[in-house]
Ligand binder design. Structure first.
Ligand code: S3P
Length: 179
């Protein structure tokens, strides 16, 4: 990684169900950083759930709000930013995050993701009669974007605590290379 990179924050990217929010909270707690979840901010700004947002205003409108929010994050410091699963598909978002954050991707196989999200109902993109095939196809399409993260962390065989531990370890390693 470029030694001149400024790393004031930690951004977690990755597919739905990889544990970004849960891991992000644990990591923020341990680093004494602020925790920010882009989905939570957008839900509270819109005054409606993501499912309602998608149904009433469409996915493109959601992506625009997401992009505006990413730009607002630039001045932040000491923040763990957990991002919505589709956010890094817009290259401008990843470019912007990398100006101030170390970007880590939490990774899992489609099978594992399906196991984790199948009982949940709040993600409009998974409201599909064949949600598993949808996960496989979306993940394959997004993989090139997720792979642009600075660090890839496999969550497959790890508990949330173990993933958080690994994330903190990688973050500290990256910071030590920047002193
Ligand atoms: C999305 C993921 C969701 C949320 C929205 C769209 C996606 O966030 O932003 O439902 O496109 O993958 P999580 O990854 O936190 O579930």
């Amino acid at each position: 990684m470029d030694a001149t990179r400024k790393i004031s924050n930690l951004a977690l990217i990755g597919f739905m169900g990889t544990g970004k929010s849960s891991v992000g909270r644990l990591v923020a707690d341990q680093l004494h950083f602020t925790f920010l979840d882009t989905d939570d901010v957008l839900v509270s700004r819109a005054g409606k759930s993501i499912a309602e947002f998608f149904a009433q205003e469409g996915e493109a409108a959601f992506r625009e709000k997401e992009c505006v929010l990413v730009q607002e994050l630039v001045p932040r410091t000491r923040t763990v930013i957990s991002t919505g699963g589709g956010l890094p598909v817009n290259p401008a978002n990843l470019t912007s995050l990398k100006t101030h954050a170390l970007v880590m991707c939490l990774w899992a196989s489609p099978e594992k993701i399906w196991e984790r999200v199948r009982g949940q109902n709040h993600r409009p993109l998974l409201h599909d009669p064949d949600a598993f095939s949808k996960i496989r196809a979306l993940l394959a399409a997004r993989e090139p974007f997720y792979r642009q993260a600075d660090v890839l962390v496999n969550t497959e065989m790890r508990s949330l605590r173990e993933v958080a531990h690994q994330v903190i370890h990688q973050f500290r390693l990256a910071l030590s290379g920047h002193r």
